[in-house]
Ligand binder design. Sequence first.
Ligand SMILES: Cc1cc2nc3c(=O)[nH]c(=O)nc-3n(C[C@H](O)[C@H](O)[C@H](O)COP(=O)(O)O)c2cc1C
Ligand SMILES: O=C(O)C(=O)c1ccccc1
Length: 391
Amino acid sequence: MQYGDYQLEIYGAGLKGVLPRWPVDFAGLESAAAAALPDWILNYVAGGAGDERTQRGNAEAFGWWGIVPRMMAGAYERDLTTSICGIDLPTPLFCCPIGVIGLCSQDFHGDLAVARACARTGVPMVMSTLSQDPLEDVAAALGDTPGFFQLYTPRDRDVAVSLIQRAEKAGFRGLVVTLDTWVTGWRPRDLNTANFPQLRGHCLANYFSDPAFRSLLDAPPEEDLRGAVGMWAGQFGNSVGWDDLAWMREATDMPILLKGISHPDDARRAIDLGVDGLYCSNHGGRQANGGLPALETLPDVVAAAGDVPVLFDSGVRSGADVAKALALGASAVGLGRPYAYALALGGEDGVVHHLRSVLAETDLIMAVDGYPTLADLRAEGTIRRLPHQVQ
Ligand SMILES: Cc1cc2nc3c(=O)[nH]c(=O)nc-3n(C[C@H](O)[C@H](O)[C@H](O)COP(=O)(O)O)c2cc1C
Ligand SMILES: O=C(O)C(=O)c1ccccc1
């Protein structure tokens, strides 16, 4: 698939006087979405930890690297397909788990809109535990496009196993266990407005539809929302340890990936314990301010991972960023806030437009820079660190 053809489609429509309905660049999407979203959702999505230095650093770090162009390299046709943990991925781009994505569409069913957009583009989706619609409905909307279920591991083991097994039964192909968010980071935008959407009962559909979770409640959520939210809050703050990997492995045949791995020693330990994939991320700078930009941690994690796949996110804003993360050894690269903004602006069609835009730019960079396949792009010597940052 030559994703770059989206460019021709846009110019072709221009000849008939039709302009793209939404911006193709991140800055345009971000400013338009800021005007479109209600403040309480915008603050939550756009905000990060502390003064957001780490969040900004995530994006800026892409300016510290440059891809080395190659000419006459047979890149007339490109192949962006890849495979991780035995799962064929149509694209190396995926949608990161976003717990409040449901709220970013006007009808509050954003999880389904994103799943449909992923189904239309072949972009894999990592669905959050925190969704407006139950995971079974999201899996159905994804169709044959690969989906991964991101687990926030509840304290109660039966609830955790129930969520995992529901995800497997529904057709999700892999389990992504997030490690960096068993406690919420210090987020001034949310604190100053005393707003946390889940505590208002949003995005808890997977819990409220879960028989094991419901069995913990004195009254069903439909009768006692406050009680059910309180139970959710009590279940949420569970810090997963290395020992937990054994029962997770017992609970499912899905490959297990760990999200939040940033240190090579953690990468090695995870692999020694039989984890199938790593996911290098600092949660978009939402959890701990003052940390390294995530891209800075990627090369060491990739080196420690050997043949084990490494997913990456945090700060990816364009196809050029996707190409750089791949060149630094990522197996697949996740979009976060940008697709939330596209959803806020244009619903399912807005997300399709955004995913096609990022894929087109990635594809065109592979064309111009002479890397016909992801293996070519991920080879040694395709990217260099710059002596100074390019703004
Ligand atoms: C509003 C919002 C909600 C998020 N919710 C989750 C979540 O439920 N589970 C998870 O593992 N990561 C969650 N993340 C983190 C993303 O998966 C990803 O790591 C991050 O968005 C990447 O940074 P970026 O958006 O700046 O590119 C969330 C991110 C945002 C912006
Ligand atoms: O907002 C987040 O980034 C997130 O993933 C989350 C979800 C629930 C509680 C705390 C953080």
